[in-house]
Write a protein that binds this ligand. Structure first.
Ligand SMILES: *Cc1c(COP(=O)(O)O)cnc(C)c1O
Length: 356
């Protein structure tokens, strides 16, 4: 275990910002903990990571990330259990996915155990920032970006890996309204949809804005070449329930982000004996099920919200209102069970949580 061989140097903040936090009005992603972890890549190797007081960066205007977008990120959470332990949820999976994003974006990979130890160390240092309130947690944001001061186009030779954290409340408290998008595209085959890379999110802002002007929160993305198959919901994976079975788009194509929450949901419900189909999911199938009242449930899945129930689904001129939340027992149980495992309330039988 790398923890035994690597003792990450910590420089503590002189004064904590904790007393300034208004826990009753905690905006998502705008409050930052006292420290950050930094590790530079140069001369062909990752250098020694360090925990430093959280502060601004100073960047050369030609730094290549700004111009050509070699930039990737991850997202995970730390929770405090009732007995006071701190749990990270499957951080090794984030480490592996960060490596996959690195490969696609020509960036140098970080060993998974080093990634996990960096995350663990930072959370340990800022453990007082993990909120003690129900539904609240510490959101952890690892990033890697290109830092060459050069405006030529080629993979950068220097990078910065950083992790910082934000205490957050519950993400989507209300069920969401989504529109099935048939023109704009999130990811095309052969593109970068499977990588958690910055440009994917920049490209989705405009179509999402148009949908918001029509009263929707998010889009349901369809495949770029035919728009006949469903891929994701906003920045979450998506799952449907028809005839007691759960159905979700398969990850065979490189257009779908491989969600850790989704993988966990699949493993969990299979352990309950519920059938999950990972396959192509056509718009036609979902719309017909919705028209005939056979669509039992539809929800987004991701770290931020765990489960985001879909209340209303728009398709061309039609609007489908899905069942009230209390009539969605499977997704409610999934949400409750996953949250309880993260909080140490239910036993972690699948060995997902890492104690900090
Ligand atoms: C991060 C992300 C997800 C969800 O992944 P989790 O690991 O479950 O948080 C799904 N889709 C997109 C596009 C994402 O960026």
């Amino acid at each position: 275990m790398i923890k035994d061989i690597l003792d990450i140097k910590v420089t503590r903040a002189v004064e904590s910002k904790l007393p300034q936090v208004d826990w009753e009005n905690l905006p998502f992603g705008k409050v930052f903990s006292d420290h950050m972890l930094v590790m530079d890549y140069k001369d062909g190797a990752w250098q020694t990571p360090e925990v430093l007081p959280f502060t601004n960066l100073s960047l050369h205007p030609a730094v290549s990330v700004i111009h050509y977008g070699q930039s990737i990120f991850e997202g995970l959470k730390a929770n405090r259990t009732e007995s006071g332990d701190i749990f990270l949820f499957r951080p090794d999976m984030n480490g592996r996915r960060l490596q996959e994003s690195c490969e696609r974006m020509c960036m140098p990979e970080i060993p998974v155990d080093l990634f996990v130890e960096c995350t663990r160390k930072l959370v340990e240092v800022d453990q007082n920032w993990i909120p003690n309130k129900k539904g609240y947690s510490l959101y952890i944001r690892p990033i890697i970006f290109a830092t060459d001061e050069y405006i030529g186009i080629r993979p950068s030779e220097t990078y910065k890996f950083m992790i910082f954290t934000c205490p957050v409340g519950a993400y989507y408290s209300e069920p969401v309204n989504v529109k099935i998008e048939e023109y704009y595209t999130r990811a095309a085959a052969g593109g970068v949809g499977r990588a958690k890379t910055a440009g994917n999110y920049a490209a989705s802002l405009y179509p999402a804005k148009l949908a918001q002007e029509q009263g929707y929160h998010q889009l349901i993305w369809t495949d770029a070449s035919t728009h006949e198959y469903i891929e994701e919901s906003g920045t979450m994976n998506i799952m449907f329930q028809i005839g007691g079975k759960l159905i979700t788009p398969s990850e065979d194509s490189d257009t779908i982000l491989r969600g850790i929450t989704k993988r966990s949901v699949i493993e969990l419900v299979q352990s309950w004996g519920i059938e999950v189909e990972e396959r192509k999911v056509s718009v036609k199938e979902i719309v017909e099920a919705a028209r005939s009242g056979k669509l039992e449930d539809a929800f987004g899945i991701g770290t931020a919200a765990t489960i985001a129930h879909i209340a209303k689904m728009g398709y061309r001129d039609e609007v489908f209102h899905l069942k009230p939340l209390e009539e969605r027992p499977i997704s409610n149980s999934i949400k409750e069970t996953l949250n309880d495992i993260k909080l140490g309330i239910k036993p972690d039988t699948l060995n997902w949580c890492l104690k900090v």
